[in-house]
Design a protein. Structure first.
Lengths: 219, 219
């Protein structure tokens, strides 16, 4: 098992703590689309991502979604253990956005480690500060950036993540990521198409002029 | 000095740590409007609020503001020590919203405590989780709530905080709190006035029908 390579503070743990982790950590493979954590309803524990990609999001009473952040290889998903953390008063959902392999640190073990190891407690602070930074970035996007820039930014990021200019994504899905309605996305994408920045086909958005899209994003 | 009464984990510190704090903590009186912390630019340390009220906010490149959260008596302001925290990649500004008295824990001492005391480290986690929860609440407000409900909610909260139905606040100030333009606020307040929920006078907004305002907020 190579868990220790993926857990950044492994060397700061005592031998006893390392043994506990080795004994209790389990590996789990999940298919794309699997919900790994669903608000206050469950408490799976800390997830250490070996391969794949997770997405954290919230949704409104009407079912509208907005993506908060994503987690990639070697990232650690903290809020799937939120039941073990005091003062966490919000619900988020975590889904596998690609087929993924994760290690699961059981919530009780995690709580025990936080209470006995300064390294774990301080590392938890760092993780939370990272997520906090991502959320603050999102607020700035929502508050200050117009929707055309946000959409340009989203398409470019997706293209980078997927390593292709042809994004296999529906307008509905994009709307879910951005917390808006499908119609708003469709209208803006058509505008982008008219400007020669993208080409729209069934179930896909092809970036045809990434330079122009970048200029829009950074304008 | 009654600092120990205001520092919730005082009893969990060692005698040595308590002595260090007693020796290094300073008390500071600030006038309403004083900027206590200004982004990455400075690092005043942890602020423990004895009396008064602080406001945390961000602003856009164009100078538009949005209030993130407020801190009251016995709250602890964490991000004024953000230079000491890893992975904090956002800038916020902290101002005294009322005349306030705070204790300042110097950043170096705080860092030292976090690295040697599990109690301090875990408490930092709790503080961050609290602020995180407030930010998540704000995102939900911005994303899912229409502006009329947000404004109703803001007026009611202000009224509660100030203990009066006559809010001495300009439309400009309200706009700053909510990250929008003054015109948008003025338009909505006039609508509220037409509906009999508020009365507008120079430099003040009087809530004349709080029940109706609450109904709007909760609708």
């Amino acid at each position: 098992m190579d868990f220790c390579d993926y857990f950044p503070i492994w060397d700061k743990l005592t031998k006893e703590e390392q043994e506990k982790l080795t004994a209790c950590v389990s590996r789990r493979s999940v298919k794309k689309g699997t919900i790994l954590h669903d608000g206050f309803g469950d408490c799976v524990g800390l997830l250490v991502i070996r391969t794949g990609q997770l997405r954290a999001y919230i949704f409104s009473p009407e079912g509208r979604e907005v993506t908060l952040y994503r987690l990639f290889e070697r990232d650690i998903c903290l809020f799937s253990a939120s039941c073990m953390m005091q003062n966490v008063q919000f619900e988020i959902t975590i889904e596998a956005e690609k087929d993924s392999e994760v290690w699961v640190i059981p919530p009780n073990l995690y709580k025990q480690l936080v209470n006995e190891s300064i390294a774990v407690s301080n590392y938890t602070n760092q993780l939370m500060a990272s997520r906090f930074s991502e959320i603050m970035w999102l607020i700035e996007q929502i508050m200050w950036k117009s929707f055309d820039k946000r959409l340009a930014s989203f398409l470019l990021e997706e293209s980078l993540l997927d390593g292709t200019n042809v994004l296999q994504i529906t307008h509905e899905k994009i709307a879910n990521h951005m917390g808006t309605a499908r119609e708003v996305v469709t209208r803006m994408l058509r505008y982008f198409q008219n400007e020669g920045m993208v080409r729209l086909t069934r179930g896909a958005v092809e970036i045809t002029d990434s330079r122009k899209l970048e200029e829009l994003r950074d304008a």
